[in-house]
Design a protein around this ligand. Structure first.
Ligand code: FE2
Length: 492
């Protein structure tokens, strides 16, 4: 393994007395390029060709007010596979906020838990006072890596080979882009939404495979909302208006406190190139949904899978360090209790039917992206560690038979969100691997795993050493090199 170290960034963080600055969440700052990574166990498959990229939140300076892990600056970790070899590199996303704080040598923006008016400069996004740290999601679209921020920031473009900063996406509208954009590999289109504190409160848009904004329409909802994700089928996009959002009274005083409101969930189904008046709203049981899986059309119905939170307002966590009980409660999936769930929206009758597909606490689902928007059979969910925003295993579901398979990591080993990697010339939907980064608290090292999805419980087929220990993080994606080059792929 050859490792090239980049010049260090400016970091002034000195107070690490925070549960999300310790253990697997310990911040790290080194940026490296590493080639020909060493294999710890197994063999790197020769039948995959592409990149796995994951975003991470890194606190760089002492916070203004209390730190929330969603405030940290975005860092991308990229592992590239080709011909049975793997290379790695990581970079901070050079956002405008990151660069300004590098120059100032301190925090200039307050975070999610800071008091009103804490930021020293105008902020970004729906909240309007936060730094756009571009630390939530990452996708590959129109040949670029695109990193995004959950509160609707700008979309930052990076080179998929080098992770060099390529500036801001020109297509991003004034109200920004929410973190979870959706890429349809079969058309090369990216579907996105944003939300804000001013009417019409939500928009929906489409960017074509050349990176051009080709559709952007208002999605009127009755007030400020906090949607986190969306879904799509071959013909429709599915937006949501859920009862968990900012309290309007608190908002008048500048406080961004969320609470459940006493009303149903609403899902808006819009033709992919439709306008506001084309949206059909469906009511469903009240909940909050962080992430959806796939959606597809079946007869008169639109079928959508996701994770239904049974307790979206979890309250304080018992035994949390003093001052962190609410923060840790919201971050503990065993308190919010997301369950794999299926909604069916009947376009003829306007009715919704819904049910849990599993009673275990699961989230951060992945599936074979070639089947996005189409009928699919296999879903892969992450299993959270009780008490923490950390993952300690995965579950594969066969949604046709209800069968499932589980893989649990050894104690002290934590995974990251694990996308599905189709084999080159895959024969069927689950012909491929899950890919994940592991942070190992026992050895203080990190590695990359590939799990053969046809032999899910057999353990990883390869463990590849990373050149440094990485912090736990958020979302990720896989992109085939062919998709990066052509901007679209033929459907299965
Ligand atoms: Fe998310």
């Amino acid at each position: 393994m050859q490792v090239e170290q980049l010049p260090p960034i400016v970091t002034t963080l000195s107070d690490l007395e925070h549960p999300y600055m310790k253990g697997a969440w310990t911040p790290m700052y080194g940026e490296v390029n590493a080639s020909r990574l060493a294999v710890i166990e197994g063999k790197i498959p020769t039948d995959i060709d592409g990149i796995y990229v994951r975003n991470t939140e890194i606190p760089v300076h002492n916070p203004i007010g209390r730190y929330h892990p969603f405030d940290g600056d975005g860092m991308l970790h990229l592992i590239s596979f080709r011909n049975g070899q793997a290379d790695y590199r990581n970079r901070f996303v050079r956002t405008r906020g990151f660069e300004a704080e590098q120059e100032a040598g301190r925090s200039l923006w307050g975070g999610l838990m800071a008091p009103p008016g804490a930021s020293l400069r105008p902020g970004w996004g729906a909240h309007e006072g936060l730094k756009d740290s571009s630390s939530t999601d990452v996708v590959v679209h129109a040949g670029k890596v695109v990193s995004t921020f959950y509160q609707c920031g700008e979309a930052y473009l990076l080179d998929p080979d080098t992770l060099e900063n390529q500036g801001l996406a020109g297509w991003a509208p004034i109200d920004g882009v929410s973190a979870h954009t959706k890429v349809d590999e079969s058309t090369g289109e990216m579907l996105f939404f944003n939300y804000s504190k001013h009417a019409p409160y939500m928009h929906y848009g489409v960017v074509d495979r050349h990176g051009k904004l080709v559709h952007y329409v208002p999605v009127p909802v009755p007030g400020p909302r906090l949607p986190h994700d969306m879904a799509f089928t071959r013909n429709y996009a599915i937006l949501n208006d859920l009862p968990l959002h900012w309290d309007l009274e608190a908002l008048k005083g500048g406080f961004h406190a969320t609470r459940m409101h006493d009303r149903p969930s609403r899902f808006g189904i819009i033709p992919r190139r439709g306008n506001g008046h084309d949206i059909r709203w469906f009511e469903a049981a009240p909940t909050y949904i962080l992430h959806f899986l796939n959606a597809y059309e079946e007869g008169d119905e639109v079928v959508m899978d996701g994770y239904f939170q049974e307790n979206p307002e979890p309250g304080p966590m018992r035994d949390a360090p003093r001052g962190f009980a609410h923060l840790m409660g919201f971050l503990d999936q065993h308190m919010t209790r997301p369950k794999l769930h299926r909604w069916r929206f009947n376009l003829k009758t306007g009715t919704t039917t819904e049910q849990h597909l599993d009673e275990r606490v699961l989230e951060f689902g992945m599936y074979n992206q070639r089947y996005a928007g189409r009928p699919y059979r296999y879903a892969y969910s992450a299993v959270a560690t009780p008490g923490w925003f950390l993952f300690e295993g995965f579950v594969k579901h066969d949604l046709a038979t209800g069968q499932s398979w589980a893989l649990q990591l050894a104690e002290g080993r934590y995974a990251s969100e694990a996308p599905f990697v189709p084999r080159i010339d895959a024969k069927d939907e689950d012909d491929g691997y899950l890919v994940s980064f592991i942070t190992d608290e026992n050895t203080q090292t990190s590695e990359c795993l590939l799990i053969d999805c046809k032999r899910f419980e057999a353990g990883p087929v390869v463990r590849i050493a990373l050149p440094h220990k990485i912090s736990s993080g958020t979302h990720s994606c896989w992109a085939d090199r062919r998709f990066i080059r052509d901007g679209m792929l033929p459907p299965p």
